[in-house]
Design a binder for this molecule. Structure first.
Ligand SMILES: Cc1cc2nc3c(=O)[nH]c(=O)nc-3n(C[C@H](O)[C@H](O)[C@H](O)COP(=O)(O)O)c2cc1C
Length: 368
């Protein structure tokens, strides 16, 4: 299966199926000398782990990461970092009624159309479980970014119709409630609504917002590999993400140029945009302002409510899904968005180092 690798210099490959022996990632191109322990990666995985609240699937995976290579004495070696997470709580029998039938909203029909074969247990490679490998790899990228003073923070901007206005966003609060909403009051209302949706044997969606802080100006390539273009690929590659916008995004289409342009200032002898309608990227390169983007996440496709579909022979079937599923993907996808943002920033920062002969000359002059 092609397309399991992301990045050019800082490369992450994820592998594994939902109900196989395990899943994981190989990170290649991570520089040597970065402090890294399994517990640094575990912190990220624990935020994605299932079974943590009534809003996530009851699958009780420990999601313990093992570092198989590339780290010696808690320091990266510059060699491929291989990360393994064993699957421990598969209930493959739950999926036997899905063997010959196509779930509406999931990848069953399209996977069969492409390969003529599908691992129907838990969605196989199309399962949300694949994202555990991304989170493990993203944690390595975060350790690299930390060395350079770059931080990445994501939270739920909205759940269903409940949205947190910009002036009420409190990132710390998003770490304290199981919907990852950055406001207590809106959390309470949204939680009640999600309970109602779940009671209706249905599911809900929402929007994840993410901020990348500390990037210098000029990161990202100018044509096909623009910072926002690569970032959108990273984010749209997450299952259930259906929309991506940066800065004012779709709202910019309603603005006038005079409203949308960010003026520059030179306070403290540092040129920076005063406002940030662009979301921190101009012409594909970072502006020095925080990169701010959003991902729209659809409602979980696997719902307990009876649905009409067809089987692999095209015969109409009614379907009731009994496996364990997230009533809402957003809370567990927050850290997946962070991980993909880390991988994007790490790769484009490394790529930026080849942009100028003066930098290359300085690097080699320092070696002699
Ligand atoms: C963290 C995470 C958890 C997910 N959990 C489930 C789930 O429990 N049940 C389900 O049907 N889909 C789940 N999904 C979504 C499916 O993987 C996704 O909808 C499916 O692969 C179809 O792809 P598409 O929605 O991008 O078109 C999850 C996705 C993520 C990122």
């Amino acid at each position: 299966m092609a397309g399991s690798t992301f990045g050019t210099l800082f490369r992450a490959t994820t592998w594994g199926e939902s109900h196989g022996a395990g899943i994981g990632a190989v990170v290649d191109g991570c520089p040597a000398g970065i402090p890294l322990k399994a517990s640094d990666i575990q912190k990220y995985l624990d935020r994605r782990k299932p079974g943590q609240s009534r809003f996530t699937t009851a699958r009780a995976e420990a999601d313990q990461v093992e570092i198989l290579s590339g780290v010696f004495e808690d320091t990266t070696e510059g060699t491929p970092i291989s990360l393994l997470i064993r699957n421990t709580d598969q209930h493959s029998k739950d999926y036997s009624n899905l063997k010959d039938v196509y779930r509406p909203g999931h990848a069953d029909f399209t996977f069969d159309s492409k390969y003529g074969f599908r691992d129907y247990r838990g969605g196989g490679r199309s399962s949300g479980r694949e994202t555990a490998g991304r989170v493990a790899a993203g944690a390595v990228a975060a350790a690299f970014l930390k060395e350079l003073g770059v931080t990445v923070e994501a939270y739920a901007k909205s759940i269903g119709p409940f949205s947190v206005p910009d002036n009420l966003i409190n990132y710390e609060e998003s770490l304290n409630n199981p919907l990852s909403l950055p406001d207590q009051e809106i959390y309470k209302k949204a939680a009640e609504w999600v309970d109602t949706v779940r009671g209706d044997q249905d599911s809900a969606g929402g929007i994840i917002e993410c901020r990348i802080k500390g990037l210098p100006a000029g990161i990202g390539e100018t044509v096909f590999d623009k910072f926002d273009a690569v970032l959108s690929q990273a984010i749209l590659s997450i299952g259930a993400v259906k929309g991506f916008e940066i800065g004012d995004g779709f709202l910019a289409a309603e603005s006038r140029g005079s409203e949308n342009n960010d003026s520059f200032s030179n306070e403290d002898k540092k040129i920076l945009p005063v406002t940030n309608h662009a979301g921190g990227v101009l012409g594909g390169m970072t502006s020095g302002a925080p990169v701010i983007f959003r991902a729209a996440v659809k409602p979980t496709p696997s719902i307990a409510r009876e649905q009409q579909t067809v089987d692999i022979n095209g015969v109409p079937r009614s379907l009731t899904i009994t496996g364990r599923h997230d009533p809402l993907i957003v809370p567990r996808a927050v850290v997946v968005v962070e991980a993909m943002a880390c991988l994007t920033a790490a790769d484009l920062m490394l790529r930026n180092m080849t942009a100028r002969i003066d930098m290359i000359r300085e690097f080699y002059n320092n070696l002699v």
